[in-house]
Design a protein around this ligand. Structure first.
Ligand code: SF4
Ligand code: SF4
Length: 234
């Protein structure tokens, strides 16, 4: 499917996806897997641009890399922030637990981050919105063990704004990262759902990040210290 068709594609919410969201103050649970579109990078100031680098996606068969890719020079190349710790982990280089919203480039953050914790997929030619922490898709073995979203299900209904962002995100993906876009097109979503995470959401051990923080911080303190230096808040 191309980006023009996506303009009129129906949007649904998967039944497991909470419709309400409010980012929890002080939470440090995401910020591990961002990327920027070429069109987003073009609008960034030089001091932000210089903290970006490239990541190359796995090699695909010849026919896959012959897809046209507007605005980008290499079909497998993605624009990503440099990691916080060079050559170690996937925590975003713009992450800082002491800055507002823990993002040192909050007003410039990419659509990928603005959408989190929601993730739109193209399922049988319909856009379906999921809660990313409830999916196994894109999760890797080195996922931080504090990866959760305590803001899901809280706050106000965000369907309208997430729908608008989801469409825009998939259109940009189809145009600028056609190879990555294929990963967002799925036929069977059942295998992607992580029912254990949904169960944790439905019967939470902690009701908020405020409650979870003292316990989670004990577990992750060493890692955070490694990522952020000695000055992270306790
Ligand atoms: S750009 Fe900001 S919001 Fe996005 S992952 Fe990095 S620190 Fe987090
Ligand atoms: S995990 Fe959720 S609540 Fe925590 S900072 Fe990220 S979006 Fe906000």
């Amino acid at each position: 499917m191309n980006s023009t068709k996506l303009e009129n594609t129906e949007i649904r919410w998967h039944p497991t996806t909470p419709t309400h969201f409010r980012c929890e103050p002080d939470c440090v649970c995401c910020c591990a897997r961002p990327f920027f579109f070429t069109s987003e990078k073009a609008k960034l100031p030089p001091n932000v641009k210089e903290k970006l680098t490239y990541k190359y996606r796995r090699r695909l068969p010849e026919e896959a890399i012959s897809l046209s890719q507007k605005n980008a020079g290499h079909p497998r190349r993605m624009i990503v922030p440099k990691p916080l710790i060079p050559y170690k982990g996937r925590t975003c280089g713009f992450f800082n637990p002491e800055s507002p919203c823990h993002c040192t480039v909050h007003s410039y953050r990419p659509l990928r981050c603005k959408l989190f914790p929601f993730l739109p997929l193209l399922v049988k030619n319909k856009i379906v919105v999921f809660a990313e922490p409830f999916l196994t898709l894109f999760r890797t073995e080195d996922e931080p063990d504090w990866f959760r979203c305590f803001g899901l299900g809280k706050g106000k209904n965000v369907q309208a704004s997430i729908n608008e962002m989801s469409r825009k995100f998939l259109m940009k993906l189809a145009e600028e990262y056609p190879i990555l876009f294929r990963d967002y097109c799925v036929d069977d979503t059942d295998q992607l759902i992580d029912w254990k995470e949904i169960e944790k959401f439905r019967k939470p051990k902690y009701n908020s990040w405020k409650e979870a923080k003292p316990v989670v911080y004990q577990k992750i303190e060493k890692k955070l210290r490694g990522y952020c230096g000695e000055s992270h808040p306790r």
